[in-house]
Design a protein around this ligand. Structure first.
Ligand code: NBG
Length: 799
């Protein structure tokens, strides 16, 4: 056991020694980077005992474990959460103080491992925090991308993408496990030998696992996130130059989500998906064989969870092993695969439901394509035998028009399919996958998303956490305790403390924004309403609705004295990355920045209104912003946001939601009611029934507010850009408006008016805030994980 965290003296000695041995420097002369790396290495060495113990408990016979496959894991910085989950912060703080060096610099040095795009990747990270904290045996599988999602710079109001070279100096939290490497085959052909299908690949890629510890909160349990790296195998392919082979290998772990609009991009994406799936599945089978000598009971010991369809190839790969390597009969193999795999759907957006052309799959993975063909053939034949009609079968077929439909493959094979919020799961069951639900009535289920209260409250909002320690002791270990906060709903002193906490956090955020935006003429003031929309930029999320409303407010403030007198000053804060190829979304970023500039250069209006776009939104920035939110914008068109998790992060930190009845907003509403939330807009059913005759022009022609706001996009109102700059936005809203921005505008405007009125009574507001915090226990990922476990995984707790 490493004991250097026992006391300040021990720590200081070890820290100095390591700095000297590794970097030839004294503590005084060391750089922040050197201190960070040494501190990280000390924490890593310290946790090795717990990690080994956890692993050996999971390796015991008959411990049922989940393997979670996800192309994204958006971990965020680990140093602070690792130190806090291990309970080491006090010693480290003391020691740094006595050295006279700054700990905060070291904690902020870590680069965000940006191994994800948004909600789906962050969800995986929250789930692992909960799995470990609840002592469940789990292993994550993902890819070790050299570059995460781009770093965003705003230049002249436009998004600029820069490489996120997060691995340049190594990653202290990983251990390379060369001994567990394997070789993944690609390309080549399949033929018959002695009546059996034999695959002759033309090349191999070496998959090397790096293990990252996922530390349970204060319970000595450590789960593993296995991050796979692609490297050259022992032999060069016979039909490819060494140079080309090397380039191909580098690309596999090059980027998260390469542009898949070109054929090359598509090919690479599929290779990535197989690389991850095959490496993970083969490792699972290897350890099952070692432990039990057979794979026949695999489904009793493990469950393979597919986070969206990206790792779907887990299914045919496992079939291949059981058939070709283990010699099982199809029916027996299929039963095992089916009982061992489950799938979470994260979106109903058509363009996000994955498909692959059969010729591409056949070219890269010839044996895998044969197996998918056969799964499809048996499935379809079975349906015809049972008397299903042609068009029904067409809708559920896995292969149609030479295209593989991954969601159909998962839905037909996996033993469970779940959506991520009640509304989303209902839509899945009754619309998008309704035929599957008819075929497999018990397969579809819901597990509402959740977020970890450790990262999103305990570690990022110390002020609120301290208050909760006084009011709802025990909440850190059992988050349901937070519900007790409600008994203080009418306690003026508590409400005062809550207001104080929020103000402190708003001041911290204001300082951060002001420091990082030196060109702002008027600084962000904490004594305004912080109205925040932070999430990926996407049309369905409707940042445009928010932006149009701000233009409306600006005009009212300019022209209507009574409005102005009644208006509580607002600071509108945005943070969002737009996909690099998503032209329209990038225009919206430019629009928001143009509005920001217009408002900021208006001496009079800037007393009331402020608009800021925070650069490079990601996990770390979110940790700064969430504690400071007053109003949380969750305004997607109903039926489009599968769940949302930003809505939960804001709520847990005492924000009040302004939102549509979409995704998990519906369940937030179920918890807090109309009295503690601002609901507006079309419902999902209204969207479905109105869609076909929806006419945005009608709103433009009949609503002055809309007309003025929309016209200002093209009439020179924004004098820092040409009149053409926002023409596409204007046209799209006026002639198509696929996400009914204009249709929901008036109801949004009224909801915003209500926000303004409500905020004037600071105790009433604080009371609402308190109730939101108290009832956020439902949205803890601890609850989600227990749901997954009860309904789907049935794991054995370790310890
Ligand atoms: C996203 C949804 C969100 C949801 C997260 C996590 C994808 C494909 N989907 O609404 O858009 O909260 O998944 O479930 O990233």
């Amino acid at each position: 056991m490493n004991t250097y965290f026992k006391s300040k003296e021990d720590f200081k000695e070890e820290f100095s020694l390591r700095l000297k041995n590794r970097y030839l420097v004294s503590v005084k002369k060391s750089s922040v980077r050197e201190r960070y790396n040494v501190l990280g290495s000390m924490v890593m060495d310290y946790l090795s005992d717990d990690w080994i113990k956890s692993n050996s408990k999971m390796d015991k016979k008959d411990v049922r474990q989940v393997y979670y496959f996800s192309m994204e894991f958006l971990l965020g910085r680990l140093i602070e959460s690792n130190i806090k989950s291990l309970g080491l912060m006090d010693v480290i703080e003391d020691s740094f103080k006595s050295f006279g060096i700054k700990l905060s610099e070291v904690l902020e040095y870590e680069k965000d491992p940006g191994l994800g795009n948004g909600g789906l990747g962050r969800l995986a990270a929250c789930y692992f925090d909960s799995l470990a904290s609840l002592s469940y045996p789990a292993m994550g599988n993902t890819i070790r991308y050299r570059y995460g999602l781009f770093r965003q710079k705003i230049k002249n109001g436009y998004q600029e993408e820069r490489p996120d070279n997060w691995l340049s100096d190594g990653f202290v939290w990983e251990i390379r496990r060369d001994e567990l490497s394997l070789e993944i085959p690609l390309y080549g052909y399949v033929d018959y030998e002695d009546g059996k299908r034999v695959y002759h690949p033309s090349e191999y890629i070496k998959a090397v696992p790096y293990d990252v510890p996922i530390i349970g909160y204060n319970n000595h349990v450590i789960d593993t996130l296995r991050v796979w790296n692609a490297e050259p195998a022992r032999k060069y392919p016979y039909n490819k130059s060494a140079l080309k082979y090397e380039q191909d290998i580098r690309n596999i772990c090059g980027f998260l989500y390469p542009d898949d609009s070109s054929d090359d991009g598509k090919r690479l994406r599929l290779v990535q998906q197989y690389f991850l799936s095959a490496a993970g599945v083969r490792t699972i089978c290897r350890s099952e064989k070692e432990k039990y000598g057979t794979l026949k009971n695999l489904d009793k010991h493990v469950v393979l969870h597919l986070n969206d369809t990206h790792p779907t190839l887990v299914i045919p790969e496992l079939m291949r092993i059981l058939l070709d390597e283990e010699g099982l009969e199809w029916v027996d193999a299929f039963k095992i695969v089916s009982n061992a795999t489950c799938y979470t759907n994260h979106t109903l957006l058509r363009e996000a439901l994955e498909t692959w052309s059969t010729s591409l799959v056949r070219n890269i993975l010839p044996r895998i394509m044969e197996i998918i063909d056969e799964i499809n053939r048996r499935f379809v034949d079975g349906l015809y035998q049972k008397g299903y009609a042609r068009d029904f079968v067409d809708r559920v077929a896995i292969i149609k028009d030479n295209t593989v439909h991954m969601a159909n493959l998962c839905s037909s094979v996996c033993f469970k399919v779940n959506g991520v919020a009640k509304l989303h799961s209902d839509l899945l069951k009754n619309n998008v996958m309704k035929e599957f639900n008819e075929l497999f009535p018990n397969k579809f289920d819901n597990v509402t998303n959740g977020i970890t209260p450790r990262r999103w409250l305990m570690y990022s909002n110390g002020e609120l956490s301290n208050l909760l320690d006084e009011l709802t002791p025990g909440w850190r270990k059992n988050f349901n305790k937070i519900r007790d906060l409600e008994k203080y709903a009418d306690d003026e002193n508590v409400l005062k403390s809550l207001i104080r906490v929020k103000n402190t956090r708003k001041q911290i955020l204001a300082d951060f924004i002001n420091e990082n935006n030196p060109t702002l003429i008027h600084k962000v003031e904490p004594n305004t309403i912080f109205d925040v929309q932070i999430k990926r930029l996407h049309e369905y999320k409707r940042q445009l609705l928010n932006a149009l409303h701000i233009i409306y407010v600006y005009n009212r403030l300019k022209t209507d004295e009574a409005f102005k007198a009644n208006y509580v000053p607002h600071t509108y804060i945005f943070g969002a990355k737009a996909a690099s190829g998503y032209y329209f979304a990038k225009k919206v970023i430019k629009l928001i920045n143009t509005i920001s500039k217009k408002v900021d250069s208006d001496e009079e209006i800037s007393k009331y209104l402020k608009v800021v776009f925070v650069e490079n939104y990601g996990v770390t920035i979110a940790e700064k912003i969430n504690p400071a939110i007053d109003v949380s914008e969750q305004i997607s068109l109903a039926g489009y946001e599968a769940s949302g998790t930003g809505n939960m992060k804001a709520m847990m930190n005492g924000a009040i939601t302004i939102g549509t009845l979409d995704g998990a907003n519906v369940e937030i509403h179920d918890e807090v009611g109309d009295a503690n939330m601002f609901i507006f807009g079309f419902t999902k059913d209204e969207v479905l029934t109105n869609k076909s005759q929806y006419n945005p022009r009608y709103y433009y022609e009949n609503d002055n507010n809309i007309r003025i706001a929309l016209d200002s996009l093209v009439n020179g109102f924004f004098d820092t850009v040409s009149k053409e700059e926002f023409k596409e936005i204007y046209d799209k809203l006026l002639y198509q408006d696929p996400f009914m921005v204009l249709g929901d505008f008036e109801s949004y405007r009224q909801a915003q008016e209500k926000v303004n009125e409500t905020y004037k009574n600071k105790y009433a507001w604080a009371r609402m805030s308190l109730i939101n915090i108290a009832r956020s226990n439902v949205f803890s990922s601890d609850r989600s994980i227990e749901d997954y476990n009860d309904r789907i995984w049935h794991l054995t707790k370790i310890k």
